[in-house]
Design a binder for this molecule. Structure first.
Ligand SMILES: *[C@@H]1O[C@H](CO)[C@@H](O)[C@H](O)[C@H]1NC(C)=O
Length: 458
């Protein structure tokens, strides 16, 4: 309590979710480009906002925490209604972006640093969204379009994931749909993804305080009764060792609060009974059998020790914005050279170099994976979300559940056969306590975001 009184004096930016009169939130500007065929690009100015989970949650009329570490305050949050009425989200001012959260924006570049020891707290990782205005997320409609960015993953070792992806959030973060949400996109509300995360402190404008269980291995996180589901298109999940891009379709076509079986929780054995395809259909070069495609040094086709341009194309069946999504293509550009994607390298499976429904079926068949992708409607369904519009997410995180082994090591740890090996990291790597103590300075940089007609951005 005293700590936050001091913080408030220092930064002077304290206000309530309910007040809405001050505007101390200082959203950093980032420039992106929209391109059209022929290759002409126009600058667009956008803003960055921080997800609500990272923000200070305090009593509405006071500087006292509603949530500390991984627990809700029992006095302010004895139940959902009381908690929702009494608690507020806070703004992030200029100094706090980097001083507390390790986030820096300059020109067209965003950089996320992993651990920041601020004056009063230790911050681990972050998740930010692109805004088109102070109160609205930018909606990207990428069907029959491409999306390109530069990324520097060179400082991310085993266990870290510097991610760029899209989720189908509400444009205003749920502000107009849920009367108790007075914060909205400006404060990074409304997050959802295909894992239907239970760790959201707020869903549908309500505190997720019911049945809240603090995590037993994450001092900042816990799990509430409800989860928050929606479709997700991962363009980039990577460190310097391994990378993947993945489509996650869902049976729901808007952000959806789940409970029980619909959340598809692993613990209850419901992974494939939920509304979203949690596995997704992933194209990961190493996992697909090309272990010399991506990695550190010039012996790899894509050298992760240097920045690389990543191009993703959403191809429709008839080359129109109204067609069905049939293929998600990938290209890289490095040292001025366009590098075509790696190919699947297993006997008995075609040498696919992109995500198509046939690729998903054949590779899951070979790997012995459940084809939840098909069950959730496959690429056509993913394409409908891309057409409606999705919100851009950039994050840096470590993995308290599976230690990122699914990205950069063997997973399942004791598995064997094709599909198990996903990267060169040891199965003992990725433990959050190790990652956080050994790689606190690890930073991912995303820059030169551009989007538009196919083949116009690189
Ligand atoms: C593409 O397919 C969609 C959906 O079937 C249809 O509405 C649209 O008219 C087609 N466009 C062209 C150029 O054929």
């Amino acid at each position: 309590m005293k700590l936050f009184l001091i913080v408030s004096c220092l930064f002077g930016t304290i206000y309530a979710q309910h007040a809405g009169t001050n505007t101390p939130e200082s959203a950093p500007q980032i420039s992106i480009e929209k391109c059209s065929s022929g290759g002409s690009c126009q600058q667009e100015s956008s803003l960055i906002t921080l997800d609500s989970n990272w923000r200070w949650t305090h009593h509405v009329d006071d500087y006292v925490n509603c949530y500390t570490g991984n627990e809700w305050d029992q006095q302010f949050c004895p139940d959902v209604a009381t908690c929702t009425a009494q608690c507020a989200l806070d703004g992030v001012d200029q100094a706090t972006w980097s001083g507390t959260y390790g986030i820096q924006v300059s020109g067209s570049e965003l950089s996320l640093k992993f651990v920041t020891n601020g004056p009063f707290s230790k911050n681990v990782g972050s998740r930010v969204y692109l805004l088109e205005s102070e109160t609205k997320y930018k909606m990207f409609s990428l069907l029959n379009q491409e999306f390109t960015f530069d990324v520097d993953s060179s400082q991310l070792d085993c266990g870290l994931n510097g991610a760029l992806y899209f989720v189908e959030m509400e444009q205003d973060g749920g502000l107009s749909k849920y009367p108790t949400n007075e914060a909205g996109a400006k404060f990074g509300t409304g997050y959802c993804d295909a894992q239907c995360p239970h760790d959201m402190k707020w869903i549908n404008g309500e505190a997720n305080v019911q049945d809240w269980v603090p995590s037993d291995n994450d001092e900042n996180a816990g799990f509430g009764h409800f989860g928050s589901c929606c479709m997700e298109m991962d363009l980039w999940e990577a460190n310097s060792k391994s990378q993947a891009y993945t489509a996650h379709a869902c049976d729901v076509n808007e952000p959806t609060r789940c409970e029980g079986q619909d959340c598809g929780d692993n613990d209850s054995g419901d992974r494939y009974n939920g509304v979203c395809d949690k596995d997704g259909c992933d194209f990961a070069s190493y996992r697909m059998g090309d272990t010399s495609f991506f990695g550190e040094g010039s012996s790899f086709k894509v050298d992760s020790s240097k920045p690389v341009t990543v191009v993703t194309q959403f191809i429709t069946d008839n080359g129109s914005d109204n067609g069905d999504l049939v293929e998600i293509r990938r290209k890289y550009v490095q040292n001025g050279q366009v590098i075509e994607n790696s190919k699947v390298n297993f006997d008995g499976v075609s040498d696919y170099d992109s995500i198509t429904d046939d690729f998903c079926t054949d590779i899951k068949d070979l790997f012995g994976d459940v084809n939840d992708h098909q069950k959730k409607g496959g690429l056509k369904t993913m394409g409908e979300a891309l057409k409606r519009g999705m919100v851009l997410v950039m994050s840096l995180w470590d993995d308290h559940e599976a230690f990122m082994l699914w990205l950069d090591s063997n997973y399942p740890e004791d598995g064997s056969g094709p599909g198990v090996e996903r990267g060169p990291c040891p199965t003992s790597s990725g433990r959050p306590e190790d990652v956080e103590s050994n790689q606190p300075e690890a930073t991912v940089k995303f820059s030169n975001i551009r989007y538009g007609d196919i083949d116009s951005t690189y």
